[in-house]
Design a protein. Structure first.
Length: 247
């Protein structure tokens, strides 16, 4: 298939007739994805009108028809998409997956454009589409072949399954390190009564005063034993002894 099949006329009717070679019913998904690929190649922005309706997409392709014609054989991704759309219509109508392949064409282009991969996708198109739509299908019922294993790797990348697993593992490890470094603080528990510590001696404590056993239960200062005010102390007698000693 060469660019000779691509009409040189960029009229809407000529564009429609040419594109019907690749999509007989001019599927809107086919036109929209083609618009997005060409806009990405031109590094230009699109407006809602360019892809919202079939007519708007045809107008956009008509304005950029010469670039599309020149790029048909020079840009492998454009050729691959157009040449295989009819055979892999259900898969190549998934906009996000096709744009994912376009952005990662340098990594997966040779594989997806190989005859083995195209044949695999045609035979297992229903299962492949379910895997593309459903992120939870991590172990699809594909034959155990290198082609299917490689396609599963593409699905993992598309759904970012490995990236999410690595991210979750890193977050878990960071949390474990944080919990091991930061000491756990015992929460303060509220009490019903207020506790006040008093550093002054308690007058009612037993060691504050020493009472004789004969003292009454109520403390009185008459019962306190001191050297000066002992019951056996006689000041006049002590004075006479001092006078005798001086003489």
């Amino acid at each position: 298939m060469s660019c000779q099949l691509i009409a040189s006329d960029n009229s809407i009717e000529a564009v429609k007739q040419t594109l019907q070679i690749f999509s007989r019913n001019l599927r809107r998904d086919f036109l929209v994805i083609l618009v997005k690929i060409i806009a990405a190649e031109l590094k230009s922005h699109t407006i809602r009108k360019d892809w919202r309706t079939r007519e708007g997409s045809l107008e956009f392709l008509s304005r950029n028809w010469y670039f599309f014609r020149e790029s048909f054989n020079k840009r492998p991704v454009i050729f691959w998409y157009c040449a295989n759309f009819e055979a892999l219509e259900s898969i190549l109508s998934h906009r996000k997956f096709v744009m994912f392949l376009y952005k990662n064409w340098s990594q997966y282009g040779n594989f997806v454009s190989s005859k083995e991969c195209v044949s695999f996708l045609r035979i297992h198109s229903k299962a492949a589409l379910e895997c593309i739509k459903n992120k939870s299908l991590t172990a699809p019922d594909f034959p155990n072949t290198p082609i299917s294993a490689r396609f599963v790797e593409i699905l993992d990348h598309f759904h970012q399954r490995k990236t999410e697993m690595v991210t979750r593992a890193a977050e878990k490890k960071t949390l474990e390190i944080h919990e091991s470094v930061v000491p756990t603080q015992t929460p303060v528990q509220a009490t019903d009564s207020i506790v006040i510590e008093n550093s002054f001696p308690d007058p009612e404590a037993e060691e504050f005063f020493h009472f004789e056993d004969s003292c009454p239960s109520e403390p009185t200062y008459d019962c306190v034993q001191t050297d000066q005010f002992s019951l056996d102390y006689d000041p006049y007698y002590e004075s006479a002894l001092v006078d005798d000693f001086i003489c």
